[in-house]
Design a protein around this ligand. Structure first.
Ligand SMILES: *Cc1c(COP(=O)(O)O)cnc(C)c1O
Length: 417
């Protein structure tokens, strides 16, 4: 459930009408709902009841400082994939000591900064990374905490670009290779072995891949114990899906109930860390856009809006479906089928195809489920400033990111003499 609902045929975010936001801030613009963000974070946290757990929000889904700050206030930890994300967490008041560093390509400076801030754990993905972390920890006279990301070789049954747990993905390591890293790590004075990690993909709508992955992880945990290498947590990653269209993803409590049942049936009670991103922020945001032109075509009708693939690339990149709705519903206008397209000079520049909409020029649309992997993936293609971002809080709204200015787009560019 989210807090974007109609009142008298007008779409609202909590108690604020989207028209009001569009008039004050302009479009395109992202609008987030504080109540929805908090509700979703709490749904995960509450699902665990008194089982020892930690929620490390996956910053890459939406790294706006206001969002990170809200989760900080709820007591969240963070999962980061770059030094830039670490800076954002710190800037937002987040605790580096509750931060996990994931990703296959950690650079020297990123590892150094993470160690200087005493982050909780590095989830490492290669032999070379262990060596690099050990060397930098030694130079700083620190002890780095690590988990190894296991690739459990399960099919997450999601889009190939966001499936990460198969043997042929770049992510994680097979158990056979991981065990060697643990053995080496356990003898290294600058490394502390902490846990076992995995993350099998994103937008999962079934629980079976999770069950299969957990079984493989528990096999691995047993193996580690047999080798005398104890761990203090399992990091199960993120990946729970959201409803974009007709999907019926499990709720956080169904998800946790399944995992818990599995853990208990195998006699494990290790603390669990999860790293949800999309499931927390996805449905907490919309992209608000204005219709520039209605262009009736020979084959399709086009609804040309002021938001494009540079603002929201998911439809072009993943053939993603996102619901598009009128901000003002009217019986006066005839419903027709439209391709909702942006102004960018690419045929991939669409937000939705063949959508039944009652629209006219100057009207506004909302692209739903735009809280995750949306604003963070925006670009300046076609010299377009990235959109403003707004957070609604009850009957108030706040600009949490200003629209970029045109001048800022060429700051840092120089002529040659
Ligand atoms: C992307 C990512 C997540 C978050 O995935 P969601 O599908 O947004 O929940 C969590 N952990 C890791 C390691 C990731 O790469």
């Amino acid at each position: 459930m989210d807090h974007f609902q109609y009142k008298d045929n007008q779409l609202f975010a909590e108690q604020v009408s989207l028209d009001e936001i569009a008039e004050c801030v302009g479009t395109p613009c992202y609008v987030y709902s504080r109540a929805t963000l908090e509700r979703h974070w709490n749904a995960f946290n509450d699902a665990f009841e008194d089982y020892p757990h930690r929620i490390c929000y996956a910053v890459k889904a939406n790294s706006n400082l206001a969002i990170l700050n809200l989760f900080t206030r709820l007591g969240s930890g963070f999962d980061i994939v770059s030094g830039g994300e670490l800076r954002r967490v710190i800037k937002a008041g987040g605790d580096p000591k509750k931060t996990i560093f994931s990703g296959v390509g950690k650079q020297e400076w990123e590892i150094r900064e993470a160690l200087e801030h005493d982050i909780d754990c590095f989830n490492i993905e290669s032999e070379g990374e262990l060596q690099r972390i050990s060397r930098i920890a030694q130079s700083l006279d620190k002890i780095a905490s690590i988990s190894v990301r296991i690739n459990p070789d399960v099919d997450a049954k999601t889009h190939p670009y966001i499936s990460t747990g198969l043997r042929d993905n770049k992510f994680g390591l097979t158990p056979e290779r991981a065990i060697k890293i643990y053995e080496q790590a356990s003898t290294d004075r600058h490394i502390r072995v902490r846990g076992v990690a995995c993350h099998i993909g994103s937008q999962l709508t079934e629980l079976t891949p999770y069950k299969d992955a957990l079984d493989r992880i528990l096999d691995f945990v047993d193996l580690l114990e047999n080798r005398g290498i104890p761990i203090d947590h399992i990091d199960f990653g993120g990946g729970l899906g959201v409803r974009y269209h007709s999907e019926k993803p499990p709720t956080p409590s169904q998800y946790w109930a399944t995992l818990k049942e599995r853990l208990e049936s195998r006699g494990h009670n290790l603390p669990v860390t999860i790293e949800p991103g999309r499931a927390i922020v996805g449905n907490a945001g919309i992209l608000l856009t204005t219709i520039n032109y209605i262009k009736e075509g020979e084959v399709s009708n086009f609804c040309v809006v002021d938001a494009g693939m540079n603002d929201l690339i998911r439809p072009a990149l993943y053939q993603a479906y996102q619901e598009i709705v009128e901000v003002n519903q009217s019986d006066r206008i005839v419903k027709k089928s439209y391709d909702v397209v942006g102004p960018v000079c690419e045929s991939a520049d669409f937000l939705g195809k063949q959508r039944e909409l009652a629209v006219e020029e100057g009207g506004r649309l909302a692209v739903r489920t735009s809280g995750a992997y949306a604003a963070v993936m925006s670009s300046n293609y076609n010299a377009r400033p990235r959109p403003a971002e707004v957070m609604v809080d009850g009957d108030q709204f706040h600009v949490v990111k200003e629209r970029e200015t045109l001048e800022s787009l060429y700051e840092g560019e120089h002529f040659i003499p």
